[in-house]
Structures are given as C-alpha cells and as structure tokens.
Design a protein around this ligand. Sequence first.
Ligand code: NA7
Length: 541
Amino acid sequence: MTAEKSTDLDAIVVGAGFAGIYMLHKLRNELGLSVRAFDRAGGVGGTWYWNRYPGAMSDSEGFIYQYSFDRDLLREWTWNKRYLTRDEILGYLESVVERYDLGRDIRLHTSVESIVLDEESGVWTVATGDGAQVTARYVVTALGPLSTSHFPDIPGRDDFGGRLVHTGAWPEDLDVEGKRVGVIGTGSTGTQFVCAAAKTAAHLTVFQRTPQYNVPSGNHPLDEEYFSRLREDYDRIWEQAKSSVVACGFEESRTPAMSVSEEERHRVFQESWDRGNGFRFMFGTFSDIIFNPEANEAAAEFIRAKIRETVKDPETARRLQPTDYYAKRPICNEDYYESFNRDNVSLVSLRETPIREITPTGAVTEDGTEHELDVLVFATGFEAVEGSYRLLDVRGRGGESIEEHWGQRPSSHLGMSVSGFPNLFMVYGPCSVFSNLPTAIETQVEWISELIGTMEERGLARAETTREAEESWTAVCEEIAGHSLFPKVDSWIFGANIPGRERRVLFYFAGLHSYRRRLREIAEAGYEGLVFEGERSTAPA
Ligand code: NA7
C-alpha cells in the first residue's frame, strides 16, 4: 500500500448502539474527523432498539449500565428502579445522541452490505443496502455481540398461523395480553419474557430445553436520597468497576467457597440471594464458583433447593432444576420460579418431550400433546460476536474475507483488530473482555480513538495488526478460558448454541482490570503488535 487518495470521509462507524454512538462522538467531536455512522435500524440504540419484547431490561444495576465519560450526564440522569428497563436505556442513548448532536451523522434504515479494502491505496469502501458507496480511511465496526438472531428451523416453523417472532426483532404492534403464548428458550431473554408475559397472557407455555440457574434480581424502586448518594459516589464507583473483574459495581469475593464452614457458605449464599443479582451471586459470594467443581456444586445445590422450595408442583420443580455446572452467563429475574405457580403457566421439558412439529395452530410435542397457541416466541438467542461479521462481506488484503480469515476460530488482537485488515477496528470483536458491556465498550472505544488520535497527530497512514500478535492474544484467551468451568457447558459464550459449530473461545476471561492494564502497557510500548505504515500525504476531501 503506497498510493494515497482522498476519501469521502475520514472514518465510517458501522452500528449506532452503545459502541457506535460513543465512537462517533470520540472521532468526530474530539478528534475533529469527518465521520458517518450507519445502522440498519429505524432508530439508534442497537440491541436496545431491537429487543423490545415484554420484560426486556438490563440485569446489570442501572448505576453501572451507562457511560462513565460524562460526569454531568451521570449527575443529571435518573431512572426508576434498581435495573433499567429497555425503554429507559433506549431513552438514555437517544438523549446522548441529542446531547452531542450526533444524529446528523447517523444514517438510519441503512444496512451496510460490504466493507472492502483497496490494497493499493489503503482506502476502505463501504457499500450500503441503498446502493451507495462511501470511502474512508478508517472503519470501526460496532456491530454488537448479540445482534444476529439464532432462529432454529423447527419442522413446520413457517406454517404457524399465529404470530411467530424472535425476541431480538420484536414487532412494535405485538401485545401478548390475553393471548395463548408459547416461548421456546429459557436463557436470560426467555426468562425475562416469562416473568413479564406470565402476568398478562391468557396462557403461557414455556418450552424449556436446558434448565438454567436463576437467582432473584432484587429489583426495587429508587428514591431521591439514593441518587444524592450516588452522585457523591461516582468517582469511587467507576474506579472500583474499572479495577474489578466483571465491572458490575460490586467487589468480587476473594474467599474460596470450601475455605469456610457449610453454615457460613449457606449464610453467604442466602445473603446474596436476598440482595439479588446474578453476577453478584456468581462472583461476589466466593472466588472460585466458576473454577472449582465443588464450589460450583455448592452454589448450584443452593439454587436447586430454592427451586424445590418455591415451585409448588414437584414435577415442575424437578424439570426446572439444572443438573450441569452453574457456568453460563448468570441470570437473575424477579419471580421467575414463582411464575410457575400460576394457573396460566405450564412448563414443557423439551428433553423429555421434544417438539415434533409446529402446526398452523400451535406446537405438537412427541407425547402427542397439541399446545394451542396464538403467539409463538423464539427466545433462542444469538449467533454471538462473530455472527454479525459473517453476515457482512468484509474483505481485507488479497480480497480475503473475515469469514475465510477466521474459519472455525475467530481471532483478534485485543478483541479490536485483525491482521490483513489495516485501519479496521472492531468494538467488541472476538476475544474481547467478558464484563459488563457498557464499561467494556467504553474501554475499547477510548483505546481505538486514542490510537487513531496518535496516528493523526503523527501523520501515520495505517495501523495493521501482525499475525503473531493476533495469534498470541487469541491463544492467551483460549488458555485463560480453559482454567474455568465455562467451557464445560454448552452456551453462546463459546458459540456452542449454534448447531454443528465447533466450540470456540470468544472472550478474554481474566477480567476488565487485567484487560485495561494490558491495553495501557501495549499503548505505552508504542502499540506493540501493530505495524504502522506510510505517511499520510493527502488530506481527505
Ligand atoms: P441464550 O442464552 O443463548 O438462550 C437461548 C435459549 O434458547 C436457551 O434456553 C436454549 O436452550 C434455547 N434454544 C436454542 N435453540 C433451541 C432449539 N432449537 N430448541 C429449543 N430450545 C432452543 O440467549 P438469550 O437471548 O436468552 O441470551 C443471550 C444474551 O443476551 C444474554 O446472556 C444477555 O447477555 C443478553 P439450550 O440452553 O441451548 O438447551
């Protein structure tokens, strides 16, 4: 790559969720670049635009599920309960867009179809669904790790005569009140949906394949006094979050579960259960729940006992109890198990009676029962992290697509860049840190914009990750993941929810603190693992 040619824009951002919004602000408002963001949605918000199913909310506490960069915004914004609803988060993101006047550079209803490098000039051409082509020196993909729906092809699926929807693309006009509703999937989304729909549906049939461990969320209203204290405490909160593992706003435990007596273990679990929050239960009770099978079983059995206590029908209670490790992304809800005590809620275990077929009027299970339904909801998850890249035609050096580059093993340097794709940066690409998402996103956006700022200042044309750096970071992620119990169960965290797909490591599990330290070291060492090329001779148009 030698020649320089002018481009339409300095940078293109793909996606207008938490990541794309902040990236646009950094690049345009702080670095002064010409930037445009594209999103296929009809509004900003990314995952929070699309996931408008009943019960959709964040299960990280509200005070930590936001940006930290604007202290005034932190002081101004208030919300209603401990956890933010989908509408509150969407409203927050819309207000950030307005606050920084970002809307004029966001093209909504515009899908990006391809992102192709001209190797000779180093210019990226982004083609959009409306037939337009735009060129830029930098591209940042902010596609969201959970934005490509997994929609399993169950026999008869397309013959269903009622409304058939995926939670990740919930239609605005669909209300389940008074309807006979079926939901397939009991992950974080499915269980949120169950808690909400149980209260309004005429009947709710829950089709559960693998039971998961749910703990209470401990949701409750907040008052003015809470916000006064919070405003005083924000400096400490962010410092603590950024120096913690999962950045969920609590101190992770340093005590191994088996180092204390059984009574003490029970007391700690009970205290956390009463307080609520899934990440707190998994990481705040004991330090080794996800490492030591014995510690894991203690937590798992505590939750199973709660299921037996809560659910009145012993057969339903039996079906709801998980038997594998407590090692998926932790889930919390208000009244999940209590929902099954309602007369209008029934549970079908797909392990015992799989769906034989979906018919025009419902779903028939292998025992011959026809479950009559008006609405069938697929809460069947997403093709996590890599899925959105595979839908796009992203081509780097030699015309190699990112899909060809990754094959069965998505890789990256620091979760943000890939060799052969100079000046293309990913927010939350494969091998990004596993933690509270807004805080992880903020970390990466700031690192990418600092890197681009450095390049602009020094007149450097291109930054490209070396093959060695990409391989080495990916191998580190694989090694760390291997120490925990997470890979021992099937979940989207390892891409194991997609039929026929080999298990792969999609995250860096050593925590946000260690990740941020590594990012700082790398930047201070002159961006180790990146090769800078060329001098930028032509100013962009
Ligand atoms: P998840 O956590 O991947 O859950 C998907 C659920 O759908 C899970 O219970 C699956 O059962 C079930 N599923 C998937 N495919 C099928 C088929 N073919 N038949 C029956 N059941 C199926 O997705 P979520 O949307 O809940 O959560 C993803 C993340 O989004 C979440 O962790 C938050 O971070 C936000 P399985 O367990 O595979 O047997």
